[in-house]
Design a protein around this ligand. Structure first.
Ligand code: 3BY
Ligand code: FES
Ligand code: FE
Length: 418
């Protein structure tokens, strides 16, 4: 008779994680862990799902799918943002397909129940005169617009430490006026890997110099300087100069009224984020092939191109806000080994392609970087599924943020009963 070896529980896998190391194999590969991740990290936490500028005009709608959930971001007749579940209150049909739509009302294709853009049920044919429509409005989704970035929480008990993110980012994003941008370009890349590998890959630039020639023109690793003991005299002096330059720039930008110092909430919290105004390398203006601005029409009230790159990380996103444009990527897990990365390039809403900006110059760096990262994640996932895989140690110098991410992941799973 074949002997059956029971697989460890999710809780046992969480227990097996060694500090400073990548996760045990099953946490990246098992379908039951994937389902638990979706439930805990994507339903019980705040997630980034899109932007106000996805729905610029009344009647614009955008459907975002996540596991078995589907939500509609829309702009109502009063110009207000609404987020509702894409589930008809009659017999549950989806109202709109995934992606963008333009609607005057939300009409269910099945039996024509009709909802106003604020979610109110206004027409339900053949239900009798006693039928009470008022308790059949579309279910609202709890959301916050943070400087134009839309975060939702699908649970009835949303973590309240989102308030810190709101407080920090509303102020930081104000000069960019992201609410008044337009999406100049969008890509969707399906990475052949677990969503946590997508995030881990984004949390380090250890891999940048050997994999991202385009990005390295403008991007300086957050952990620049590395292990001081292993540096040559010359490189150490370089790293020290870099630290001094950071301190000086940060102080100057802050004095000029632009919040710049690093703010992070990465462990011991529900809502995971980090922001800092980063120095752009080379010509110092933007993440483009020559580090000069791609759009002549700067964002919001920006009058300068020398204000670096305000980066923002969350557990399902990374973003870069620069003087002339912004790049924003959101992560949606599709299965244990497939992850969607949706990236949008934002410019001033009045910027005209071919006049104010060149689309190729605007998108070149992050199209290349996203494709390169997709390859890295696929290769990493494939190696991790190999029986020969065992958790590896993170570099204390270049992978500290991965350690924090994995630690946060374990903490959050535990906080939700695993
Ligand atoms: O987009 C980011 O924030 C990260 C930082 C290092 C690698 N990647 C570019
Ligand atoms: Fe929507 Fe019937 S399911 S009208
Ligand atoms: Fe990368």
């Amino acid at each position: 008779m074949m002997s059956q070896v029971a697989s460890p529980s999710i809780s046992a896998l969480l227990d097996a994680r060694l500090a400073g190391h990548s996760l045990p194999q099953g946490l990246y590969t098992r379908p039951d862990v994937f389902e638990a991740d979706l439930d805990v990290l994507f339903r019980k936490h705040w997630i980034y799902v899109g932007l106000e500028c996805d729905v610029p005009e009344p009647g614009d709608a955008s459907v975002v799918e996540l596991g078995t959930s589907s939500i509609i971001l829309l702009r109502d007749d009063d110009g207000q943002i609404r987020v509702v579940h894409n589930v008809c209150r009659h017999r549950g049909s989806r109202l709109l397909p995934p992606g963008p739509s333009v609607v005057s009302k939300l009409v269910c294709p099945y039996h024509q129940w009709t909802y106003e853009l604020n979610g109110e049920l206004v027409h339900a044919p053949h239900m009798g005169i006693d039928f009470d429509k008022s308790c059949r409005n579309l279910k609202p989704v709890t959301f916050r617009s943070i400087g134009g970035l839309i975060y939702v929480c699908l649970s009835d008990n949303p973590p309240d430490d989102i308030d810190r993110l709101v407080e920090v980012m509303e102020r930081r994003l104000a000069p960019y006026d992201i609410r008044n941008t337009k999406i100049a370009f969008q890509t969707e890349v399906i990475e052949q890997g677990n969503w946590k590998l997508t995030l881990e890959n984004n949390r380090e630039c250890y891999h940048c110099s050997s994999n991202h020639p385009e990005l390295c023109v403008s991007f300086i690793d957050l952990d620049f300087g590395y292990d001081p003991q292993s540096l040559s005299e010359e490189d150490r002096a370089d790293a020290e100069r870099h630290q001094a330059l950071y301190a000086e720039r940060t102080e100057r930008w802050e004095a000029e009224g632009y919040p710049s110092a690093a703010v992070e909430q990465l462990v011991d919290c529900a809502t995971n984020f980090r922001t800092q105004r980063l120095i752009i390398a080379g010509n110092g203006e933007s993440q483009t092939p020559d580090a000069t601005a791609a759009s002549a029409k700067l964002l919001g009230s920006m009058t300068r191109k020398d204000l670096g790159d305000t980066h923002l990380w969350g557990h399902n996103c990374w973003n870069h806000f620069m003087g002339d444009h912004a790049v924003t990527s959101l992560v949606i897990p599709l299965s244990a080994d497939r992850t969607l990365v949706r990236t949008k390039w934002l410019v001033h809403k009045d910027a005209v392609e071919g006049v104010d900006y060149d689309l190729e110059k605007l998108t070149n760096v992050w199209i290349a970087t996203t494709d390169q990262d997709s390859e890295l994640v696929a290769r990493s996932h494939a190696g991790i599924t190999d029986p020969a895989y065992e958790p590896g140690c993170y570099s204390a110098f270049t992978e500290g943020h991965l350690d924090k991410f994995s630690t946060w992941y374990i903490e959050r799973m535990r906080a939700h009963g695993y």
